[in-house]
Design a protein around this ligand. Sequence first.
Ligand code: CDT
Length: 311
Amino acid sequence: MARFVKVAAAQMGPVQRSEDRASVVKRLVRMMQEAHGWGCDIVVFPELALTTFFPRWLIEDEDELDSYYETAMPNTDVQPLFDEAKKLGIGFCLGYCEIVHENGRKRRFNTSITVDKSGEIIGKYRKIHMPGNSEVWDKPAQHLEKRYFEIGDLGFPVFEGFGGKLGMAICNDRRWPETYRCMGLQGVEMVMIGYNTPVGIDYNFDHDVLASFHNHLVLQAGAHQNSTWVVAVAKCGIEESSKMIGQSCIIAPSGEIVAMSSTLGDEVIVHKCDLDAGLSYKEDLFNLGLHRRPEHYGLIVETAGPVTPQK
Ligand code: CDT
């Protein structure tokens, strides 16, 4: 019997610094209601969906920095989203910043969770590929994710949900083939990815004009090479004078984009995904058990790299 998941990618326009959680959560609830109206099983929200993308600033005041993180999930501010999801019987995937206290240590992560139709958290992921810098750099804009987040310590888990095998990744993770392959080796059928991708960070205009192309290039390759659906959702538009790309999309295991947003604001796009659409690739062209040659990859890395370019 065919297994379908109707998924919504709920792209967000900018969240300005002055916008409080309650107002952001209202926006998320509105898009969740729209997704439910389209008959969706699950709605995917972006990375760091609850606040502005604060790593663009050097924040030295600890209390101010902490104000961008959640210390519990759900919490009072986010509870309305959980309540609405349960009421409507729709799942969701949400990116946010997390503080955990462990062994007397405050730990900060860039996190994503998946919640099922009953309001239970069924999956959690902490971002692994952290872009930018930990100190202020000599570029037109800052990107201080390495300062504000530890590298995720949960690996790339694949978990059961919505009748299939699901996984998550966050923004810069999508540029790395390892991200998809770690989940592909676990048989993933749908990868949900949120992103905040600014342009104008460095002096490289060549890269800026290709930002949307590169976004789709890596997402489509990751989907096809691992025979999985990919749902990629932006926070975009002009946020605190930072320009961020949109073009949120839903990609089939064939690598084809089957739905794409056309604005830089809050926008819901939808597709009914056949979770078995990857089977013909998984069994043949990308049968990872049959055709990969990991014993040979080791030899290549030992002799050639990894290489760090020198100026
Ligand atoms: N949020 C995030 O990971 N953004 C990065 C841009 C980094 S620019 C230094 C991305 O890969 O889209």
